[in-house]
Design a protein around this ligand. Structure first.
Ligand SMILES: Nc1ncnc2c1ncn2[C@@H]1O[C@H](COP(=O)(O)OP(=O)(O)O)[C@@H](O)[C@H]1O
Ligand SMILES: [Mg+2]
Length: 322
């Protein structure tokens, strides 16, 4: 594992995930298919409730699914043997939105960052563990590392805390990263710094990453390719440049239009939480049809499937904008 030359690193094939509560069902993922290529950063974009975190957790084998298949380097994740699953866990890491989720405030930076070493390389001598932590702290920009290693998270700024959390994710030299809204708790200047850091780390560590975000602008910055999700379905996918410059789905266009422009007054920005809150039983038509400005009758009764507009730009819309 993790050394094949297979270009398709991760593949979702018609993956459906249903959360049941009483007789109500939420289709967190409704027949989702996509591939993440080796050494690629792929963004998963969509508003809150669209199924992004569920997708990320399934990708990293921390959540089950109801139907479909997830393949990792060509092998079905459900069929990995115990040893293989352990290897998978060693080489796959999640970066969370809130660094406090991965950094216990009562633990020093050394203790937090070295925890995976104790789990997977328990026999490594203490000095070596400490050296590894110092190296990774320098790599993530907490320099000089000796000034941070024995500090506690409360002494760090939000951006520094996320750097420490990223250090912990990279200590085992992962090949697969799922970053779930890694910047959404940070102030604007730290956002840019963390995105730049993730790009820099990719040059050094050569990993494949799912970058999950509600913010299409940061996704555009960090990734070459993106998939756009709406209520459990992928409604558009393609190169990030192509999607941002020529969105084909009305929902994607809305996401782009809601990105604050430089100099725009905050009160002019439209509220982006336009998804109706509902629990569905698997929607018949397009998930966006009840609020889409250009929807026609067909959109409410028939499910649009993804089709190729050319240049690997796919859209699931009967009346695409381009
Ligand atoms: N553990 C869970 N139990 C029940 N419903 C859940 C659970 N996790 C997610 N959901 C529901 O699944 C849908 C997708 O959620 P999520 O994957 O968290 O979306 P996102 O990360 O895009 O906000 C939402 O409607 C959410 O309420
Ligand atoms: Mg989420």
């Amino acid at each position: 594992m993790f050394n094949s030359n297979e270009s398709e690193f991760l593949k979702f094939s018609n993956v459906t995930k249903i959360f049941k509560s009483g007789h109500l069902k939420t289709y967190a993922l409704d027949s989702v298919s996509f591939s993440l290529m080796e050494n690629e950063i792929l963004s998963v974009v969509g508003e809150s409730g669209s199924g992004k975190s569920t997708l990320g957790l399934i990708a990293i084998a921390m959540e089950t699914y109801n139907s479909g298949n997830v393949y990792f380097e060509g092998r079905e994740i459900k069929k990995l043997k115990r040893k293989e699953l352990r290897k998978f866990r060693e080489k796959s890491q999640m970066i969370f939105q809130d660094p406090y989720e991965s950094l216990n405030p009562f633990n020093s930076i050394y203790t937090s960052v070295s925890t995976p070493l104790y789990g997977f390389h328990s026999k490594m001598p203490y000095d070596e563990k400490r050296k590894s932590v110092i190296k990774i702290l320098n790599d993530v920009g907490l320099m000089p590392a000796t000034e941070y290693i024995d500090e506690f998270p409360t002494k760090l700024s939000g951006g520094q805390r996320q750097r420490a959390s990223i250090a912990r994710s990279f200590i085992l030299n992962p090949k697969f990263i799922v970053a779930d809204e890694p910047t959404s708790m940070l102030d604007a200047s730290s956002v840019a710094e963390i995105l730049t850091l993730l790009k820099k780390m990719k040059e050094q560590y050569k990993y494949s990453m799912l970058y999950i975000s509600h913010d299409i602008a940061s996704a555009h910055y960090i990734s070459d390719r993106m998939v756009v999700m709406n209520l459990g379905r992928i409604i558009e996918s393609g190169s990030s440049d192509e999607i941002v410059n020529h969105p084909a789905h009305p929902y994607t266009k809305k996401l782009i239009d809601s990105v604050p422009k430089l100099g725009e007054k905050l009160d002019n920005i439209e509220n982006v939480n336009f998804i109706p809150k509902y629990i569905n039983g698997g929607m018949k038509g397009c998930t966006y049809s009840n609020i889409c400005p250009i929807a026609r009758d067909k959109c409410k009764t028939e499910r649009p499937e993804l089709f190729d507009l050319g240049n690997n730009h796919y859209v699931a819309c009967f009346y695409p904008l381009i």
